[in-house]
Design a protein around this ligand. Structure first.
Ligand SMILES: *Cc1c(COP(=O)(O)O)cnc(C)c1O
Length: 370
């Protein structure tokens, strides 16, 4: 494509986009089991309206946009309270990957200030999200992945054994994305405390489900700041926070750690530069939409959505278990599950499901992931 010489009408441009979208996955039907966390048209409408209120605004300047600063700090405070550290510090970010990047960067700089001669390493279960390796790669940090047990849970003894004098951070997931399994966070955090290192809980996909699942009577192990030793957490608003895309949170229990997150630069004619995040310009839309959805739903709204989500998962799991040859891997407690089969070719099952409009992800090694 080349830039058109005269431009096109807005109607024509929008019609072209809609036409390209015809082959996209139909997430409104509930047949897409990843990528979009959609509840209903009313909430979508609110998100879009709220997003547009701050569409052109830029959170890089709290002075120019105190509204965004206020909304961001409200969102941080509501999430911190939910995750049992009302005084936690942190920021909204563009997504889980940026939250994780910042947590690793902050841990690195925190550790290097104390021990300038180490070669920083992080220790994580094999099931932890690739964003940790991405962050480690960008930040000159070594990432050591440790095998999980037969139930896909992090193995505390093996994690402890992987810690070296260079380890700055240990990671656990609540839950992991591939299997929806919650790592033994309390045990891992105790090991990290004993070794004198920081501990991050990646609750990108679970932070806005687990607290509500527990209030609904589900058995939810401790996973958040209520555990001594948990020093930072990542929590995606744009997953089960039901916010608009481009919205996640990174939170730190202690201001002494959080202060290593931001970046300042003084030797630039443009201005004194200070940014808490990886991004410079930060779009206002995701902040306003997240603030709106949290205030709109409140605890009752999240409880209702969580109940519906878990009931749907239970029904799906029951159906899957009733199909000869199919099984569910491990014992997932939330809304994520992975299928396995000793007898069926799951790639062809996924292909047939795709022909019927269902979007499933294939894991490596084989099993199908929902
Ligand atoms: C989704 C997810 C991430 C990454 O988040 P993005 O928003 O895709 O960058 C990290 N960890 C877990 C457990 C996730 O589910």
């Amino acid at each position: 494509m080349k830039l058109s010489s005269q431009g096109k009408s807005s109607a024509e441009v929008l019609a072209s986009i809609r036409s390209m979208q015809r082959t996209d996955v139909d997430w409104r039907s509930g047949k897409a089991w990843a990528y979009v966390y959609y509840s209903d048209p009313e909430l979508l409408d609110l998100l879009q309206s709220a997003y547009l209120t701050s569409f052109s605004d830029n959170a890089l300047s709290p002075r120019a946009f105190p509204s965004l600063q206020k909304m961001e700090s409200d969102v941080v405070a509501m999430a911190a309270d939910l995750l049992q550290a009302p005084s936690a510090n942190g920021n909204m970010t563009s997504g889980g990957s940026e939250s994780i990047f910042l947590a690793v960067k902050t841990a690195r700089d925190f550790a290097l200030t104390r021990s300038p001669d180490i070669m920083p390493e992080i220790v994580l279960p094999r099931t932890a999200h690739p964003a940790f390796n991405k962050a480690a790669h960008y930040l000159g940090v070594r990432a050591t992945r440790v095998d999980v047990d037969a139930d896909f849970r992090a193995n505390p003894a093996a994690m402890a054994a992987a810690v070296t004098v260079n380890t700055i951070l240990m990671v656990g997931s609540a839950p992991s994305y591939p299997h929806g399994i919650i790592d033994p966070i309390a045990q891992l955090a105790a090991i990290a405390t004993e070794k004198g290192i920081l501990f991050h809980v990646d609750s990108c996909v679970g932070a806005f489900l687990l607290p509500f699942a527990r209030r609904l009577g589900r058995t939810v192990p401790d996973f958040d700041f209520s555990i001594e030793g948990v020093t930072s957490m990542s929590a995606d608003l744009h997953k089960y926070g039901y916010a608009a895309k481009g919205a996640s949170l990174v939170l730190y229990k202690s201001a002494d750690i959080y202060r290593f997150q931001s970046f300042t630069f003084d030797d630039w004619p443009g201005a004194h530069y200070w940014a808490p995040n990886l991004s410079g310009t930060r779009p206002g839309g995701p902040i306003a939409a997240a603030w709106a959805v949290m205030n709109f739903l409140g605890e009752a709204g999240y409880l209702d959505l969580t109940r519906r989500c878990l009931q749907t998962t239970d029904a799906l799991a029951e159906g899957i278990r009733a199909i000869p040859g199919l099984s569910i891997l491990g014992s997932p407690q939330l809304s994520l599950l992975a299928l396995g089969s000793a007898t069926l070719d799951l790639a062809s099952v996924a292909g047939t499901m795709a022909e019927r409009g269902w979007s499933l992800s294939l894991q490596t090694p084989p099993p199908v992931f929902i």
